[in-house]
Design a protein around this ligand. Structure first.
Ligand SMILES: *Cc1c(COP(=O)(O)O)cnc(C)c1O
Length: 362
């Protein structure tokens, strides 16, 4: 196997960020201008351009995706001890943020095909205490927003989309993150675009966004510094991070195009042998992590590892872990027992995909 372009020798990682645009230029502008902390032109520029990309009125940068979620939940001003429905199959930050904000995560099962939160299971889990639903667009595939919004309207509860893994995913030409009362994104190093660490809250709701902006800035309004009207946090993004974000956003469509090509290539080589990640009609899956389902993901993962190929089991169902432990949910459990995520970063070459698939099909 020839040396790969990812700079990691012959190893093929599951993800690695790409900095092929104005990243260094903008970072150097911050250093030269000395605006390196959370004031500076790139912060506002990133917020404006990201809101524009997603199609929401407002966007607010944060220190990471988890703080974005914490702020979004807290900004809804729901009573402490409320219940918020989250999928059993997600990264733990989704449920952690609910707990940080003083509510209780209630786990709903996922759809066995899409891996996204099941509207039927949401209906079963709603009680008088339910105040919000947090659907996650898992691994880049958009969740069933139409039905989820219908349920929320019917029951008069909020929807916060966890779009941490799905920048640019679409349903009917409308972006993930533009359906709920608010949505959050992550810009961690392995996400579709990165700021190193970083996050964003987006919304059309002025009141929610005002609360987010005050909470993330020590409980102060920008217009009245050192006057603290509520107990806040420091969850701000730096100008350095936002500079990376602006440069990454300039190339986001190229990255997504390349990720969709990678998925097509995997599909063409694997569709006869495995159940695969795909997309619903009239939607755009951005394939953050491409996945397959197989009988024994652990042994296959070891086999890949021996050939220098990194892979990753699905997230452990939240219901199986100490902080959230509850009765297991059948679809999430089955998905965990059969799912495997494969290398999915934009620079992955056709030859590398062929090599990975050859090992898988062996
Ligand atoms: C990455 C991720 C987060 C948290 O983002 P961080 O920036 O790492 O804090 C939240 N939810 C999901 C589904 C994620 O994948």
């Amino acid at each position: 196997m020839k040396t790969t372009k990812n700079g990691l020798g012959s190893k093929i990682p599951i993800y690695c960020p790409s900095f092929s645009g104005n990243e260094s230029k903008y970072i150097n502008e911050c250093i030269d201008s000395k605006w390196v902390s959370s004031a500076g032109k790139f912060v506002e520029q990133f917020e404006k351009e990201f809101a524009n990309y997603i199609g929401t009125k407002y966007a607010s940068t944060t220190s990471n995706g988890t703080t974005a979620l914490h702020l979004a939940v807290e900004a809804l001003s729901i009573p402490k001890g409320s219940e918020i429905i989250v999928p059993d199959l997600t990264f733990a930050a989704t449920a952690n943020a609910v707990i940080h904000a003083g509510s209780k995560p209630v786990l709903a099962d996922v759809d066995s095909e899409t891996l996204n939160i099941s509207p039927d299971s949401i209906r079963e889990k709603i009680t008088k205490k339910t105040k919000a639903i947090i659907p996650v667009h898992l691994y880049g595939r958009p969740a069933e927003m139409k039905e989820i919004i219908e349920i929320a309207k019917e029951k008069d509860i909020f929807v916060i989309e966890d779009a941490a893994e799905s920048h640019g995913a679409e349903i009917g030409g409308k972006k993930a993150g533009s359906f709920g009362d608010a949505a959050i994104f992550s810009f961690y190093g392995n996400k579709i675009i990165t700021t190193g660490e970083g996050g964003m809250v987006v919304s059309d709701n002025e009141e929610i966004m005002e609360k987010v902006n005050i909470l993330k800035n020590h409980g102060m309004r920008k217009e009245k510094r050192y006057w603290h009207e509520i107990v806040g946090y420091n969850y701000r993004m730096t100008n350095l991070q936002a500079a990376l974000g602006v440069a990454q956003l300039e190339k986001i469509e190229k990255k997504i195009e390349s990720k969709r090509k990678i998925a097509q290539k995997y599909n063409s080589l694997l569709s006869d042998s495995f159940t695969l990640s795909s997309e619903e009609k009239n939607t755009r899956n951005v394939y953050w992590l491409y996945w397959i389902m197989i009988a024994n993901p652990d042994s296959l993962s070891k086999k890949l590892e021996n050939k220098g190929i990194e892979s990753r089991r699905f997230f452990y169902p939240l219901s199986s872990m100490p902080p959230f432990e509850t009765k297991s949910l059948p679809n999430a459990e089955l998905a965990f027992n059969t799912g495997l995520c494969l290398p999915s970063y934009p620079g992955l070459s056709n030859e590398e995909i062929e090599h990975i698939c050859a090992v898988l099909l062996e």
